[in-house]
Design a protein around this ligand. Structure first.
Ligand code: PRP
Ligand code: URA
Length: 193
């Protein structure tokens, strides 16, 4: 986590650490998921084990959420993936949706992936979109959250469990998370001005 915050971390290392951290967050986010018993034949005898009972859907919010997707697909190869493109206005901090492509959600546990939960506007809009598209069981996975963002989600989507690696101190006047790590999308894709 410290290397994500470190301003000298280059994009290739930033991507690598994002992936590793997301793996840990996903293990936490799925630890209590319902499982069902399944039988398997080993070379020696039949035995049983447990598998996830429900289908999984991951919905990364573009762009920054893409940095979390590889970890999820590697951990859960059968996951269905949807995409939501949201961009936050620099003056009003209001998100606007520019892309949406969602798979079937009704029968699945849905994860919305966005590393930064700042005002919570983008996450709230994404949660509204996936619910309107049929999702009923939803979790929000982020890497850094501001207390303001957590409160905003708890107000609008009290049913959604939030998993995050850090709740930071506050937002600054530009709605950046403090101490935070800067603009996640720019650092992930090397588009820093
Ligand atoms: C960032 C980030 C979140 C959003 C968080 O995206 O990835 O989606 O801001 O802010 P909020 O909680 O105040 O809505 P941004 O709009 O910068 O787009 P990008 O990922 O394409 O850079
Ligand atoms: N989006 C980011 O990428 N970083 C912040 O601190 C806030 C919003």
């Amino acid at each position: 986590m410290l290397s994500l915050r470190d301003e000298t971390t280059p994009p290739e290392q930033f991507r690598h650490v994002t992936k590793r951290l997301t793996t840990l967050l996903m293990l936490e986010a799925t630890a209590d998921f319902p499982t069902r018993e399944e039988w398997v034949t080993t070379p020696l005898e039949e035995t049983r084990g447990r598998v996830l009972a429900d289908a999984l859907v991951a919905v990364p919010i573009l762009r920054a959420g893409l940095g979390m997707l590889d970890a999820v697909v590697e951990l859960f190869p059968t996951v269905r993936v949807g995409y939501l493109g949201l961009e936050r206005d620099e003056a009003t901090f209001e998100p606007s949706e520019y892309y949406a492509k969602l798979p079937r959600l009704e029968d699945a546990l849905t994860f919305v992936l966005d590393p930064m939960l700042a005002t919570g506007g983008s996450a709230n809009a994404a949660l509204k979109s996936v619910k309107e598209a049929g999702a009923s069981s939803v979790r929000m996975v982020s890497i850094v959250a501001a207390p303001e963002g957590v409160a905003a989600l708890e107000r609008e989507h009290p049913d959604v469990h939030i998993v995050t690696a850090s709740v930071d101190r506050e937002l600054n006047q530009s709605a950046y998370i403090i101490p935070g790590l800067g603009d996640f999308g720019d650092r992930l894709f090397g588009t820093d001005p």
